[in-house]
Design a protein around this ligand. Structure first.
Ligand SMILES: Cc1cc2nc3c(=O)[nH]c(=O)nc-3n(C[C@H](O)[C@H](O)[C@H](O)COP(=O)(O)OP(=O)(O)OC[C@H]3O[C@@H](n4cnc5c(N)ncnc54)[C@H](O)[C@@H]3O)c2cc1C
Length: 450
């Protein structure tokens, strides 16, 4: 750590947004301390991007590593803001010039029916722990909850992440069904070529396997699904084209992974038997713009061995951080200025939650749509290398603002720097981190991490 350092910034979370911000700040002579809750700093890339994207995941790990190893960036792993570290203490007592929240969106949005959360792990699970399990379940050292992926699971969703959930269910179910017929398949092959193609290679008709498939339900119309996005200020023709792309995307997915889909359904109640959630009470909806309202008289029941809610991720509640609805309170949502303190900022998913891959400054709409097709496994090249570009671009722009602000703040005195560096060393020691980033990553990476 530098003795000449005059500004120190804490960045909470070391994944895409946090590492991009850290690199930019460090390049401007600002000392940056990444405080990461996990042993590894890869965030959604490791725990949210399904493991069939193996090449992309490896490339992103390497890019995050390179940023976190830049001179001026210090890493503190295994330290969680909100439990290991108090937010108010961090901003008021540690003495950082600024605090940047880059902790992403890890809290599943509530299912929206009173009492539903009583049935978590009793018929109901949420998307984030489910994908975490899927990505890590084959590691020998995995000790988290284990989930089943039963046939006929009901998935509530509509966005990209819910398509990932549906694909996981179908891949698991068909792999099991094929194995029961003596056919060993590889998940990567099933995902890449699609279920019908693999069945055909083995002279099996998918119907022979007796799989009914999981069911994805969405509250609006199929053409409203947030899979592709129109450009800003879209014309009626552009809107119609986007709706067509969404329908095509979904139907190509269904052909490849054989899941069922039902649009215009809203959850209104729970069906509980013997302390377990066994189904949902649904209504058909009337859709007007973004509003989906239940149509009286269309109430019906749908039973399912498992319900997975995949209706979006929002930032975790952290004691001391002011909330506006599901989000932290930012007074400028583009720039990530936190309303409660002019020394606290937000970058990345923590500001807006996990939005959609939008046609942005970084991507033309055409590129964005190809990217989504490739992400979903229905594109021609399978290349998703531009996937994190919107998140990186946004984080870089926000980091520039943080830099501007910090440069107008009084530099830290030598005594302040000394006291802060003592706290940083103590936190690293507590985490068992000796300061050698590569050696640490090698130590904490399971040999069988996919
Ligand atoms: C299904 C899916 C859909 C996606 N869709 C989009 C999209 O629409 N648009 C887009 O731009 N990108 C999208 N992405 C791409 C990309 O994954 C994300 O944009 C990007 O990875 C988010 O980076 P982040 O750094 O903001 O958040 P994260 O990757 O979530 O990183 C947050 C980091 O903070 C850490 N952390 C969390 N809480 C704490 C705490 N309390 N204390 C300390 N550390 C903490 C976490 O462990 C993590 O390392 C998507 C990814 C997936 C998997």
């Amino acid at each position: 750590m530098s003795k000449q350092a005059t500004h120190y910034v804490a960045v909470i979370g070391g994944a895409v947004a946090g590492s991009v911000a850290a690199e930019i700040l460090a390049e401007h002579g600002i000392q940056v301390v990444i405080i990461e809750q996990n042993k590894k700093p890869y965030g959604k890339i490791e725990d949210g991007l399904p493991r069939w994207h193996r090449e992309q995941r490896k490339q992103e790990y390497a890019r995050i590593d390179a940023r976190l190893k830049k001179p001026g960036v210090t890493f503190i792993p295994s330290t969680r803001l909100g439990s290991d570290l108090d937010f108010k203490e961090l901003i008021d007592q540690w003495g950082f010039s600024a605090v940047v929240l880059a902790n992403g969106a890890w809290r599943d949005r509530n299912v929206g029916v009173e009492g539903a959360d009583e049935y978590i792990d009793k018929g109901l699970i949420y998307q984030n722990p489910f994908i975490y399990w899927y990505n890590h379940k084959n590691e020998k050292s995995y000790s988290g909850p284990r989930y089943e992926a039963p046939d006929e699971t009901l998935v509530l969703g509509g966005g990209l992440a819910s398509i990932d959930v549906v694909k996981i269910l179908q891949l698991e179910t068909y792999e099991r069904a094929l194995r029961a017929k003596g056919v060993e398949t590889d998940m990567h092959e099933l995902e890449k070529k699609g279920i019908p193609a693999i069945c055909k290679n083995h002279n099996i008709e998918p119907q022979e396997l007796g799989v009914k498939g999981c069911l994805l339900i969405y509250r609006r119309r199929m053409q409203d699904m947030p899979l592709a996005q129109p450009p800003d200020n879209a014309t009626p023709e552009q809107l119609a084209r986007t709706e067509g792309i969404r329908q095509k995307l979904l139907s190509v997915q269904q052909k490849k992974y054989l899941f069922r889909f039902q649009d215009r359904r809203l959850t209104g109640g729970l069906i509980v038997e013997n302390g377990r959630l066994v189904g949902l009470k649904l209504s058909e909806t009337h859709v007007e713009g973004r509003k989906a309202t239940p149509i009286p008289g269309t109430e019906h029941e749908l039973r399912s061995p498992l319900i997975i809610s995949s209706i979006g991720s929002v930032p975790e509640i952290i004691p001391g951080i002011a909330m506006k609805g599901e989000y932290y309170t930012f007074k400028d949502w583009d720039l990530g200025y936190y309303a409660g303190s002019d020394r606290v900022f937000g970058v990345g998913n923590v500001v807006t939650g996990q939005g959609n891959i939008r046609a942005s400054l970084v991507h033309s709409q055409k590129v964005a749509n190809h990217l989504i097709e490739n992400y979903m496994g229905v594109g021609e090249s399978g290349d998703i290398s531009g996937f994190t570009a919107p998140a990186e671009g946004r984080a870089a722009a926000q980091a520039e603002q943080v830099k501007e602000r910090i440069q107008s703040v009084t530099p830290l005195s030598e005594a302040q720097v000394k006291a802060l560096e003592q706290r940083i060393s103590a936190a690293q020691k507590k985490a068992g981190y000796g300061g050698d980033y590569d050696a640490w990553i090698a130590k904490v990476t399971p040999p069988d991490l996919e």
